[in-house]
Design a binder for this molecule. Structure first.
Ligand SMILES: Cc1ncc(COP(=O)(O)O)c(C=O)c1O
Length: 465
């Protein structure tokens, strides 16, 4: 009977353990579901793949090295958004008609304003940085002879935006100046910018990236805004890559318009960006979509979502900020990711036998880095977007991703580093790209035209490294 008792006790203990595990699991899930504004700190020792696998809905064994393009949404934020959707579906009238969406929207604005150091009345939420620049450009009254200043690093979609303005106002000109690299200092950028302004009288608006996309430059926007204002130019700052990546003080920056994605580096669900508008432009700035709130008397009221839509990406912003804070906020992330981006870029440059983008540290986006692709790619693939996309697809098929872009006549790899990355990721990226280099002569992606001469003579010198 002793052994019977032992079996019974063991069974009870096992039952209790299963029950406790289930309770804990459920508790944990419902805790996550609440999208709390304060989360327990996640220490740096958890960063890297463990963080990725525990906190993000990702494919196993895939290397995510391109936060800069679309960002990644933590599961806690997805669940917070799901909770919001469920609440809305339980009471659509209360949500849309009787102010629930409205009050959650202003909660989000207050949290975000605090994060980017903005007066909440100057800050609105829009779907993406594209909507931000669209909204800014639409608010400006153009006349014949006005010029819009962009440069060789301006984001492609924004250039299309300028084209659209020009088709509406045929008298408007685009001035696209070549911001030449190598650059030695911030002063170099400012000088080239001033020269472009002096050589092109009549510039009404300048669109300036805070962090450029294909070239990952950190531009001295504070100084450039001052140059604009000295010359009576409206400064639209495209900060698509800035929120959650670098510290922002939007009031101090004093742009005319500043837009930035929350869904790239700051963990918001996709379709979420900020637009900061200087008070002197409030009266003329209206949402692109004309609906109930379009004619209201203040900027902040006009931009409250009014046509029936899913605005939960905006309303989940406090959960996204809470997650960023749980990781230590910018104090931890900026420096940790900067160091890793730098070390990874050095390692890749050495392994591939190539250069890093020739700009000083002060002009480098802290958490992204540019490294030239090995010569075999340069010799066989024209530096064009189409070719880069094919190469990116090849890397994607190998279970890894960083972005490849044509910049100044060459193909460059751009790495992005966030808390889920570690050096191991970039060792894998190094090897996958070398594998691709080895495949170029015999197995060209999608039948790209090869430089036959190079194809015959290459004997994969890179792989030996
Ligand atoms: C510099 C820059 N501007 C604008 C955008 C557009 O962002 P979205 O597609 O979210 O509108 C991007 C996106 O990568 C970007 O890098």
């Amino acid at each position: 009977s002793n052994s019977k008792d032992t079996v019974l006790i063991a069974l009870i203990a096992a039952g209790v353990a299963v029950f406790a595990t289930e309770v804990l699991r459920r508790f944990n899930t419902s805790d996550k579901l609440k999208g709390k504004k304060k989360l327990a700190p996640i220490p740096e020792s958890m960063f890297g793949r463990k963080l990725l696998e525990e906190e993000f809905a990702v494919k196993p064994n895939y290397i995510y090295g391109n936060c800069g393009s679309f960002g990644h949404v933590p599961q806690r934020v997805i669940l917070a958004q799901l909770e919001l959707i469920k609440e809305r579906e339980s009471d659509p009238e209360g949500w849309y008609r009787f102010g629930r969406e409205y009050s959650l929207y202003f909660d989000a604005i207050r949290e975000l304003a605090d994060f980017v150091k903005s007066d909440p009345t100057n800050l609105v939420l829009v779907e993406n940085a594209s909507t931000g620049t669209n909204t800014a450009l639409r608010s400006i009254e153009f006349a014949d002879g006005d010029k819009i200043l962009v440069n060789s690093h301006t984001y492609g979609a924004v250039l299309k935006n300028v084209k659209a303005v020009r088709s509406e106002f045929p008298g408007v000109e685009e001035v696209n100046f070549d911001l030449q690299v190598p650059l030695n200092s911030k002063a170099d950028v400012i000088k080239q910018f001033e020269t472009a302004i002096n050589e092109n009288k009549g510039i009404k608006v300048a669109i300036i990236d805070h962090i450029t996309s294909p070239s990952a430059l950190l531009l001295p926007v504070k100084e450039l805004i001052e140059v604009c204002h000295k010359n009576g130019i409206i400064a639209i700052i495209d900060g698509a890559h800035a929120p959650g990546h670098i510290p922002l003080n939007l009031e101090e920056l004093n742009a005319d318009y500043y837009t930035g994605n929350i869904h790239k580096w700051l963990f918001a669900p996709r379709g979420c960006a900020l637009l900061w508008v200087h008070p002197k432009h409030h009266d003329v700035t209206r949402p692109i979509l004309v609906s109930h709130n379009h004619m209201l008397d203040t900027l902040e009221k006009r931009f409250v979502p009014s046509a029936t839509r899913d605005s939960t990406a905006y309303l989940a912003v406090p959960s996204a900020i809470a997650f960023h804070k749980a990781l230590g906020g910018l104090d931890v992330l900026l420096e940790r990711n900067r160091q890793l981006a730098n070390a990874a870029a050095e390692m890749l440059a050495e392994a591939w036998g190539v250069e890093r983008y020739p700009v000083p540290e002060s002009l480098r986006s802290p958490n992204m880095a540019l490294i030239a692709l090995p010569p075999i790619f340069q010799d066989n693939f024209p530096p064009e977007e189409r070719e880069c996309t094919k190469l990116m697809k090849r890397l994607h098929d190998k279970g890894s991703f960083i972005s490849f872009n044509p910049v100044s006549g060459k193909i460059w790899a751009r790495i992005s580093v966030h808390a889920w990355n570690s050096m191991e990721d970039f060792f894998e990226i190094r090897d996958k790209v070398l594998e691709m280099a080895n495949e170029v002569p015999s197995d060209c992606p999608d039948g790209l035209p090869l430089n036959a001469q190079t194809a015959r003579t290459i004997t994969s010198p890179l792989v030996a490294k």
